[in-house]
Design a protein around this ligand. Structure first.
Ligand code: BGC
Length: 767
C-alpha cells in the first residue's frame, strides 16, 4: 500500500465514524460497555457492503475491514458460538455477485435461518444482540419497493422479532446505500438504530469503533418518511419512457415540512450523539450581501462529541408557493469535551435565499421578513433571529429548457394536493440543440502546422492562434475521448483525451487520463486504490473540511497513478430513495450537495488534478436511463436540480462537467443547448469543459443517437466520451460530416477544442 493510499484510508476512517447517523439510542444502550457480551447477527457483519455497485464503487482494494472481526478486536465480548456459526455459513454460502448488467451484487443476499435452539443458546450467553441489515444498489440497478430492497424481508423481520424477544438489548445496524423503510422501529422497538451506510474499506472497523466509544456525529441528509408511498416522487417513479416531476420543487423536506410533517419518521438533519449540546446565538449581523451569525455550542452531556449547527431560512409570503424552510448554511464543531463550549462564526451570502419564478422568468429574493432558525435539525429551534429585506432583488432571466407541453405540478395542499400547469417553453420550443450560433462554412483548406502546444503554455502564442492551426480532422479527434482502457494513458482507466491522434501528438498535445470516481480510483486492470465511504455517508458527516481532506488524499493517489481527472463527485439530488446511484450522491437538499461537491473539488485541485461534476442534470433514476425523457418545470430545474452545480460554482472553481444520460424536456442532456450554453455557460458563467457520459445518446429524445456528436458541439458540449479509436472515428460520429455540410460551424468545433485544451494546460502541463 502506498503512502497516498494510507492517507486516504486514514481520513476515510474518520468519515466512516463521523458519517454514522444514530437514530435511536434508548436508555443509553450505546456505547457498549467494556466486557459487554454481544451476539452479532446478519451476514453483512462479515460480508460488509463497502460501497455501491457500478462505476462509482468499482475500486480494487488491498483489504476490507468487517464488523465482526473489528468487534472481536475491541473490548466487547463477541459471542463465539454465533460468530462461528456465521463464519461457517458464509464460507458455504458465498456472496452472490449476480447483480445484473453493471452490478456486482443483487440488492440483498441470502441470510441463514437462525433456529430457536441457536437463538436460545446465544441469548443465554450474551445480553446484547446486534443485527446487521445489508443492502446493495448502484448504477443500472435501482432498488425496489419490495422485500429485499426498500423493505425488510420476512426473514429479516422475523430475526429482529426473535432477537427482541430473547435479548435484553437490541441494536440494529443498517449497512445500506440509501435510506430504507424504517417501519420496523415502531413495530419491533430496537434500543438503538444506526445508519452505518457503506463506509468503504474502513467501514467495518469504523462501525465497531462507534459502537464501543467514538460518538456518531452524522446527521441525515434525507428525510425518512413513514412509508415509501409518502415520498411525493413515488407515484410514477417507474414510468416507462417519460418521467414527470409533478412534485416540482417540493422534494424531500421541502415537501414534508411544508405540507405533511406528520408523515415524517426522522426529519432532515436529525441524528443522535452519545452526549447532548446546547446551541445559542450570540450575535447576528445582516449586511447588504451577507449574513453573519455568532453561535455558541456547549457540550452539556457526559461524553465527548461533535454537533452540527444547521441554519434554515423561512421566507416571507410570496406570489409563488415556497417551502416552509430551507437549509442555507451549517457548521460542525470540533470534538467538544463535556462542559466545553465552541464559538462558531458563520457567514453566508444573501443569495442563499433566492428562488425562481418561472412564470415571469425571474430569479428573486423577495423583500420582507425572514426568520433564520438555528438548530440541530430542521425541526429543532434552539434559537432564531429575524431579518428584514427592504426590497425585492430581481434578476431577469430567459425562459430556458422549459417543458414543451403543460403538465401538472404541485403548488399546495388543501385536503389533498393542488396542482397547476407548469409554464411551458415559449413558442413550444425547448432545449433544442443549437440553431443560435452563426455558422461558418467549412473551408476545406488544411491549415499550416507551425505551432507547438507548449508555446501556448509559455505564452508565445494564444490558444486561438494554436487552434486555428489545427486541421479539422484533428479537431474532430480532439473532441472524442478514447476508452475505456485506452493504451494512450495508464492502463485500466475510463478515458484518455487530448493528444489522441498522431496529428495532435505531433503538435505536442499530451494525453490526459480520467477515471472513476467518486468513491476512489477505478482501475479495470486490477490495480489497487483506496475506497472511501459513499457520497451519502460523506455528506452525513456535514464535515466539509474532512470531505476536502479525503479528496486531497485521493488527489495524491491520482498523482502517483498519472491520473489527471477524477470522474466525480456526483451531485444529483436524492429525489427518490430507490434511485440506484443515490449512494454516489449526497442529499435531497441542493445546498449540502453543492457544498460537499465543492469540497471534493477543492481537495482534488489542491493537488493540481481536477474532478468532474456529474451528472448534469436530473439523472435520478437508473432504470432505462439512456432513453428517459425527464419532464420538469424550469423552476424545479433551476431551484433544485441545477442548484447544487450553482453552489459548487460559488464555492469552488469547477473545471469539468459531465452531462447526464437522460433527456431533459425533450432533448438529451448532452446536446441540450439551452441547458449547456444558455444556463450553465451563459447564466452561471461556467467556462470549463463539458463532456458527455459514456456512450451517451444525443439529439432529441425521440430520435437520439450515439453518433450525433454535432448536436453536442452545437449545444455547447465539448467532448464525446468515449470511442475505441478517435483517429479512426470508430464510434462513427458525424462531426466532420456536419461540418462539411455547414450544419456545424467551425467556431463551434474550435470552441470545444479550446475548452479541452484549456483544461489540459491546467491539469496535465501543470507546474
Ligand atoms: C457512468 C459515469 C462514469 C462513466 C465511466 C458511466 O456509465 O454513468 O458516471 O463516470 O460510466 O465509467
Amino acid at each position: 500500500m502506498t503512502e497516498a493510499v494510507k492517507k486516504t484510508l486514514a481520513a476515510s476512517h474518520r468519515a466512516a465514524i463521523d458519517g454514522i447517523v444514530m437514530l435511536e439510542n434508548k436508555n443509553g444502550a450505546l456505547p457498549l460497555r467494556n466486557g459487554e457480551s454481544a451476539a452479532v447477527f446478519g451476514r453483512s457483519q462479515i460480508d460488509y457492503n463497502a460501497g455501491g455497485t457500478g462505476s462509482g464503487g468499482l475500486v480494487n482494494t488491498e483489504y476490507q475491514t468487517d464488523i465482526l472481526s473489528s468487534l472481536e478486536k475491541s473490548d466487547v465480548e463477541v459471542n463465539r458460538t454465533l460468530a462461528a456459526f456465521y463464519r461457517d455459513w458464509v464460507s458455504k454460502n458465498p456472496v452472490s455477485t449476480d447483480g445484473g448488467t453493471c452490478s456486482s451484487r443483487p440488492l440483498s443476499q441470502k441470510e441463514p435461518q437462525i433456529d430457536e435452539e441457536l437463538m436460545k443458546k446465544v441469548s443465554a450467553e450474551s445480553e446484547t444482540a446486534i443485527v446487521v441489515i445489508g443492502r446493495s444498489a448502484g448504477e443500472e440497478h435501482d432498488s425496489v419497493n419490495a422485500p429485499g430492497g426498500f423493505l425488510l424481508t420476512e426473514d429479516e423481520t422475523e430475526l429482529l422479532k426473535a432477537a427482541r424477544g430473547h435479548f435484553k438489548k437490541l441494536i440494529v445496524l443498517l449497512n445500506v446505500p440509501s435510506v430504507i423503510d424504517m417501519g420496523f422501529v415502531g413495530e419491533i422497538g430496537p434500543d438503538a438504530v444506526l445508519y452505518i451506510w457503506q463506509g468503504g474499506q474502513e467501514g467495518g472497523a469504523a462501525a465497531a469503533e462507534a459502537l464501543c466509544r467514538a460518538s456518531p456525529s452524522g446527521r441525515l441528509t434525507d428525510t425518512i418518511a413513514l412509508s415509501y408511498a409518502d415520498y411525493p416522487s413515488s407515484e410514477g417513479f417507474d414510468a416507462k419512457d417519460r418521467i414527470y416531476y409533478n412534485e416540482d420543487i417540493f422534494v424531500g423536506y421541502r415537501y414534508f415540512e411544508t405540507f405533511c410533517p406528520e408523515k415524517v419518521l426522522y426529519p432532515f438533519g436529525f441524528g443522535l450523539s452519545y452526549t447532548d449540546f446546547e446551541i445559542s446565538c450570540r450575535a447576528a449581523v445582516f449586511a447588504e450581501q451577507n449574513i453573519s451569525l455568532t453561535v455558541d455550542v456547549k457540550n452539556i452531556g457526559a461524553a465527548p462529541g461533535r454537533e452540527i449547527v444547521q441554519i434554515y431560512a423561512e421566507p416571507p409570503k410570496s406570489k409563488m408557493p415556497r417551502p416552509k424552510r430551507s437549509l442555507v448554511e451549517f457548521a460542525k464543531t470540533k470534538t467538544l469535551a463535556p462542559g466545553e463550549t465552541q464559538t462558531l462564526r458563520i457567514k453566508f451570502p444573501l443569495s442563499r435565499l433566492k428562488y425562481y419564478d418561472d412564470k415571469n422568468s425571474e430569479q428573486r429574493i423577495d423583500g420582507g421578513e425572514y426568520k433564520l432558525i438555528i438548530g440541530k435539525n430542521i425541526r429543532d429551534k434552539s434559537c432564531s433571529v429575524r431579518m428584514k429585506l427592504s426590497k425585492d432583488i430581481i434578476k431577469k432571466r430567459g425562459r430556458l429548457a422549459a417543458p414543451k407541453e403543460p403538465f401538472r405540478r404541485l403548488i399546495g395542499f388543501d385536503g389533498g394536493p393542488i396542482y397547476e400547469d407548469a409554464p411551458t417553453a415559449q413558442g413550444g420550443k425547448s432545449g433544442a440543440a443549437g440553431g443560435k450560433t452563426k455558422r461558418k462554412a467549412f473551408s476545406g483548406i488544411a491549415r499550416p502546422r507551425k505551432y507547438k502546444f507548449e508555446d501556448v503554455k509559455s505564452g508565445g502564442i494564444t490558444l486561438d492562434e494554436f487552434v486555428d492551426a489545427v486541421s479539422d480532422k484533428d479537431l474532430a479527434c480532439l473532441c472524442r475521448g478514447e476508452g475505456m482502457g485506452s493504451k494512450l494513458v495508464r492502463p485500466g482507466t475510463g478515458a484518455a483525451f487530448g493528444g489522441v491522434s498522431k496529428g495532435l501528438q505531433k503538435l505536442g498535445i499530451p494525453c490526459a487520463a480520467a477515471t472513476d470516481g467518486p468513491s476512489g480510483l477505478r482501475f479495470d486492470n486490477g490495480d489497487k486504490a483506496a475506497l472511501a465511504p459513499i457520497g451519502t455517508m460523506l455528506a452525513c458527516t456535514w464535515d466539509i473540511e474532512l470531505i476536502e481532506e479525503i479528496y486531497s488524499c485521493i488527489g495524491g493517489e491520482m498523482i502517483e497513478n498519472d491520473i489527471d481527472m477524477l470522474l466525480g463527485p456526483g451531485l444529483n439530488i436524492h429525489r427518490n430513495p430507490l434511485c440506484g446511484r443515490n449512494f454516489e450522491y449526497y442529499s435531497e437538499d441542493p445546498y449540502i450537495s453543492g457544498a460537499a461537491a465543492a469540497a471534493a473539488l477543492r481537495g482534488l485541485e489542491s493537488r493540481g488534478v481536477c474532478g468532474t461534476l456529474k451528472h448534469i442534470a436530473a439523472n435520478n433514476r437508473e432504470e432505462g436511463r439512456k432513453g428517459l425523457d425527464t419532464v420538469l418545470s424550469e423552476r424545479a430545474l433551476r431551484e433544485i436540480y441545477l442548484r447544487p452545480l450553482e453552489y459548487a460554482m460559488e464555492l469552488s472553481e469547477p473545471k469539468a462537467i459531465m452531462t447526464a444520460y437522460n433527456g431533459l424536456n425533450g432533448e438529451m442532456c448532452g446536446s441540450n443547448y439551452e441547458l449547456i450554453t444558455e444556463i450553465i455557460r451563459g447564466e452561471f458563467g461556467f467556462s470549463g469543459m463539458v463532456m458527455t457520459d459514456w456512450w451517451a445518446f444525443l439529439g432529441p429524445c425521440s430520435a437520439s443517437s450515439t453518433k450525433n456528436s454535432a448536436a453536442m458541439l452545437r449545444a455547447g458540449g465539448d467532448i464525446y466520451m468515449v470511442t475505441k479509436n478517435s483517429e479512426k472515428n470508430s464510434g462513427g460520429d458525424n462531426t466532420l460530416k456536419e461540418l462539411k455540410s455547414g450544419n456545424l460551424s467551425s467556431d463551434e468545433l474550435r470552441r470545444a477544442a479550446k475548452n479541452i485544451l484549456k483544461l489540459i494546460i491546467n491539469i496535465v502541463i501543470r507546474d
